[in-house]
Write a protein that binds this ligand. Structure first.
Ligand SMILES: [Mn+2]
Length: 258
């Protein structure tokens, strides 16, 4: 795996292709929006999805913990898809989480999907975590230094003539937004007007490929077209009024995202 090093608030940080953040100075692994038990929440409403999302997401977190050897894991909220996820989660998944929370310092930050993420799986619950230059929270408020999740950002680039959409981090001088880590989570385009008040127009993205992370300014991304926002809105995805597209897509050539 080729991780990407970058600076945020003067801190050397690392973005991983899996979509996690690594803070070497504090040996802290950060993951956002795990959404455990999303599939079983849909199943309870009659929508059949393969019920393997919790196990797959948990296995990915465990693999990263083995690779990076953190002292602490911070989960940035919406770790559980809904308030009753704890009633549906398997004993095996609880055991797997316990193995991690007993070995590592584990912090659950509360999210809008999981305001009470405490349970037999262990870990400490807080609403936010202020750690020197960084402030970990679920949904950013605009305070400089926030490291947040919630939006599930994704971006689109043109690679050798084809449009490719991938999860991404969003980086500004004051804000760092993580992609969703859960295996069964959707995404919001970084040009969605809902994100503009927080990140403006001159943000950068760190796009997660299969083996590497690509750092790109917003100007090199493919814009979304107004009709695409309209489609999203009809599908219930977009939150506010859409704007016109931002110009012609640029081809970024040899970028490797697979
Ligand atoms: Mn959320």
């Amino acid at each position: 795996m080729a991780d990407l090093e970058f600076l945020f608030r003067g801190q050397p940080l690392v973005a991983t292709p899996e979509g996690a953040l690594w803070w070497p100075a504090r040996r802290t692994l950060v993951v956002a929006d795990l959404h455990f038990e999303k599939a079983s929440a849909f199943a309870a409403r009659g929508v059949a999805l393969p019920p393997y999302d919790t196990a797959a997401t948990l296995a990915e977190v465990a693999r990263l913990a083995d690779r990076l050897d953190p002292a602490r894991v911070v989960a940035l909220g919406d770790s559980f898809h809904d308030r009753r996820a704890g009633e549906r989660i398997s004993v095996a998944a609880i055991d797997g989480l316990q193995a991690l929370t007993q070995r590592l310092e584990w912090v659950w930050i509360t999210g809008n999907h999981d305001p009470h993420p405490a349970g037999p799986w262990g870990g400490t619950v807080v609403d936010s975590l202020d750690d020197g230059p960084l402030l970990f929270c679920h949904e950013a408020t605009g305070v400089a230094g926030e490291v947040s999740g919630h939006w599930h950002p994704k971006a689109r680039v043109k690679v050798r003539g084809s449009l490719v959409t991938r999860r991404c981090f969003v980086l500004t001088p004051g804000q760092l937004i993580l992609p969703s880590f859960g295996t069964l989570t959707g995404g919001l385009d970084v040009f969605d007007p809902a994100l503009a008040p927080l990140i403006g127009r001159s943000f950068e993205v760190l796009m997660c490929g299969r083996e590497s992370v690509a750092r790109l300014p917003a100007s090199r991304l493919s814009p979304r077209l107004e009709r695409e926002f309209d489609q999203d809105r009809r599908a219930g995805c977009a939150r506010v009024e859409a704007e016109a597209g931002q110009g012609e897509p640029q081809d970024v050539g040899q970028l490797r995202l697979w």
